[in-house]
Design a protein around this ligand. Structure first.
Ligand code: F6P
Length: 539
């Protein structure tokens, strides 16, 4: 289930000249009409609402009746997807073609959960066995102590996806901490006993500056010298892990992009340690079910494709460049951060994947989020009253805390209507209490929060299927996840050269700071680098 989140859709594949396509032009003309149509009118059309609903794998459902679309909009978007050969591009990805053009790599994270690759399965088995050994106390430190805690050292994709799934599914057996930022060491290790802590160093490259610095600090904290009994590595580099002094390597491969590694060893090992082998296996199964749906479902019923097309519609045709992701579940607190990286590192691009020419339409969305209802007490005022921001609501038909579930559900189902419909326009309210509505959202519902949702109780549950205000048109709907992408935009969603630029710059400035320190008498106070140093082209 959770991996529905991770499916990144790389929407079309025609870098330049997208705006010139007849399908694009037709959508532009249609958008003018839709901009002038209020969502209040749209949600009153029961037939429309019934159609804008999808069922996906693992019991998930998606209600996108509160997007500013009609069935005509969707036809036009499907036409664009066809003309851009989205499904053919999906097939190329699944076949393992080297679609990450700038790095000349395949993009095969889906192979991590297919169980068809014996190398992958061997690593999964190794992870699950090791994790169960640690959890049961069969595997101990050299001093004979059972492990009480796990410290996962990693950053970016080696932290965000893994932390999200651990926080979503962990039990109380082991304390699990994540250490990413270079100044987070003390907080991350506070209260842990180094004699009983397992350090997992997760880094595909095993060269990322922050991770390696924290990993060295962790070794010193464990006692220094040979601490290999309490250090393991998740990486694509066997040599580097061995040189670092870890006792075990849980490998993954260069065809797994860092931000897609929630189902590779950096995600699977912490999850198996925090929630057990069974949960980790079900998590993989859920991801495989979503992959199968993505690979097989027709365009019009394909959840990741429809969600991606809605993203393109909002961004490129309705000029809505942000998206809020709001899961109504405290355990999904780190979910928005994971989606944020998936979307913004993947699709924050400005040139075509193949021709490397400037795109003629902007790609990517700004993604941010917090769990509901916390988010209602922070940025929802803006969502209701200021510029429109499409919202992805995520919820569960059965919550992890039964006593709180009705409160959560009431809010989850109230917000989409409040955003879409707003307040009455009859002039009875003072201006500061009037809300125009017409703000798009969608709702993704899962049966329950679990590694792999089993049966969807949607059809036989006790949820009302009538909305008090809108009648049957507002069926409570929809699923769970959404990622965005750019097969339509024609970009390379699989590299992250902008991040690399920042890394290069930081290395330059760090050298400057060290040089300044060694020639300075003032302790730790360093001058701002000269402007020339900020420009990597002058290096
Ligand atoms: O931030 C860039 C990036 O390469 C991400 O894509 C990746 O998730 C992160 O750094 C960590 O990289 P590594 O796993 O190699 O330490």
């Amino acid at each position: 289930m959770m991996m529905t989140v991770g499916v990144l859709i790389w929407v079309v594949g025609v870098a330049s000249g997208l705006r010139e396509r007849p399908e694009w032009r037709a959508l532009e003309a249609h958008a003018e009409e839709m901009k002038a149509t209020h969502l209040r009118e749209l949600v009153e059309d029961e037939e429309r609402c019934a159609r804008l609903f999808l069922e996906g794998p693992c019991g998930l459902v998606v209600d996108y009746a509160r997007q500013k679309v009609t069935t005509r909009t969707m036809e036009l978007l499907f036409g664009l997807a066809k003309s851009c050969e989205v499904m053919a591009k999906r097939d190329r990805m699944m076949r393992g073609e080297r679609i990450n053009t700038s790095e000349d790599r395949a993009v095969l994270h889906a192979a991590l959960r297919s169980s068809r690759d014996s190398r992958v399965e061997a690593v999964v088995e190794k992870i699950l066995k090791f994790a169960e050994g640690v959890r049961s106390g069969d595997l101990r430190t050299a001093a004979g102590d059972a492990f009480a805690a796990v410290l996962v050292v990693g950053i970016g994709g080696s932290q965000l996806g893994p932390e999200f799934v651990v926080r979503a599914l962990e039990d109380a057996r082991l304390e699990t901490r994540f250490l990413g930022n270079v100044d987070a060491f003390e907080v991350a290790t506070r209260g842990l006993d180094p004699r009983r802590t397992l350090v997992v160093v997760s880094s595909k490259s095993f060269t990322t500056t922050e991770t390696m610095r924290n990993a060295e600090r962790a070794k010193a904290w464990l006692g220094g010298g040979d601490v290999s009994d309490r250090v393991v590595g998740c990486s694509a580099s066997r040599e580097k892990v061995e040189a670092f002094g870890a006792s075990r390597l849980f490998e993954f491969w260069d065809w797994v992009g860092g931000r897609f590694s929630a189902t590779a060893s950096p995600g699977l090992l912490p999850l198996a340690l925090a929630a057990g082998a069974d949960a980790a296996r079900k998590f993989l199964d859920g991801a495989a079910a979503v992959d199968a749906h993505f690979a097989e479902a027709p365009l019009e019923r394909n959840v990741p494709v429809v969600l991606a097309l809605l993203g393109v519609w909002n961004k490129n045709f309705l000029d809505l460049c942000c998206r809020a992701v709001v899961p109504y579940a405290a355990r999904l607190a780190r979910f928005p951060a994971h989606v944020q990286q998936l979307e913004m590192e993947s699709n924050g691009k400005s040139v075509g994947a193949n021709d490397h020419r400037q795109l003629d339409v902007p790609a990517g969305e700004i993604v941010f989020g917090e769990p509901g209802t916390d988010a209602q007490h922070s940025f929802f005022q803006f969502l209701h009253a200021a510029s429109p921001v499409p919202v992805d609501f995520v919820g569960f038909l059965r919550g992890t805390d039964a006593a709180a579930h009705d409160d959560l559900s009431a809010n989850l189902f109230a917000q989409p209507d409040a955003l879409a419909i707003g307040t009455p326009e009859d002039g009875t309210l003072p201006p500061y209490k009037r809300f125009a509505g017409d703000r798009p959202s969608l709702t993704i519902l899962f049966p329950r929060l679990e590694p792999r949702s089993a049966r969807c109780p949607f059809r036989d549950n006790n949820f009302p299927t009538n909305h008090p205000r809108l009648g049957r048109s507002s069926r409570f709907t929809n699923i769970a996840r959404r990622s965005r992408g750019a097969w339509l935009w024609g970009i390379n969603s699989w590299d992250q050269m902008g991040v690399e630029l920042g890394k290069t710059l930081a290395a330059t400035i760090r050298a400057h700071i060290q040089a300044a320190k060694s020639s300075s008498t003032t302790d730790g106070v360093v001058a701002q680098p000269a402007p020339a140093m900020m420009n990597p082209s002058t290096r």
